[in-house]
Design a protein around this ligand. Structure first.
Ligand code: SF4
Length: 246
């Protein structure tokens, strides 16, 4: 079985033949092209604590609702001390009133996480994935979002867009969990480009490589894409694409 020497990643789980070097070369071209297509002057979205709380709110929630609810929350409770000393029910009510789903769970996570940060980390957000993932409501995707967009570190958050597009492009085997997709991307993409992957694939997923009926004909990546070349099919990806993780 062809395995990468540095990990348990396997070439044979892909749907077509290509060496690791071939995949790395193609991954580099894809990310460069995505960066040209979706340029961003600013990668950092905010301060780590705000990024973390926003990520809890954003789970299974539309961007507009998340933006609005986060704004209202931080206007009313501007600091970590304010949120920590709030009653959980107050935060839950605020989320509910502003259209956030799973408001009960998220309200509890927001307050509990803030209290832990104050008690255990002197009010600072830890800057490593292991500690971040111990916080209530913070899974691997959110932890990576905090590292990338809160701290500006090289990290690859794998959300539903990154999961789907990576598999269509053939940068990850089709039938694997999002956590594993991250491992393949980290292996194939140079580390200094990791921070661009999430935002560029999210933009691409909303505009061109949409969940249903991707617009391959107009896609500048079609020459580099397994799906466009018929090497990977939607049914190969199904089952892992819609799995939402935080
Ligand atoms: S060619 Fe099609 S499947 Fe491939 S990235 Fe572009 S839109 Fe997505």
């Amino acid at each position: 079985m062809a395995k990468n020497s540095r990990s348990s990643l396997s070439l044979e789980r892909f749907t077509f033949n290509e060496s690791w070097d071939g995949k790395r070369d193609r991954a580099f071209k894809i990310v460069k092209k995505l960066m040209e297509m979706y340029p961003r002057r600013k990668i950092l979205q905010g301060e780590p604590y705000f990024t973390l709380i926003r990520c809890i709110i954003s789970q299974r929630t539309k961007d507009e609702t998340t933006d609005h609810a986060s704004k209202v929350l931080f206007e009313r409770y501007p600091t970590i001390e304010d949120i920590s000393s709030a009653k959980i029910e107050e935060i839950q009510r605020l989320l509910k009133e502003n259209g956030v789903g799973l408001w009960k769970t998220k309200g509890r996570w927001i307050v509990e996480t803030s209290r832990i940060l104050l008690k255990k980390y002197e009010g600072r957000v830890p800057d490593n994935i292991e500690e971040l993932m111990k916080l209530p409501g913070i899974g691997r995707k959110c932890a990576n979002i905090v590292l990338a967009y809160g701290f500006g570190y090289q990290a690859i958050p794998v959300d539903t867009h990154v999961n789907r597009i990576s598999k269509r492009l053939g940068l990850a085997p089709p039938r694997i969990a999002p956590e594993k997709v991250e491992e393949y991307l980290r292996e194939l993409i140079p580390k200094n480009l990791w921070i661009y992957v999430n935002h560029a694939m999210v933009d691409h997923g909303k505009r061109i490589c949409r969940p249903i009926n991707p617009r391959c004909e107009e896609c500048p990546l079609k020459e580099l894409c397994s799906y466009a070349r018929g090497l990977v099919k939607e049914e190969d990806i199904k089952g892992s694409t819609n799995r939402r993780r935080h």
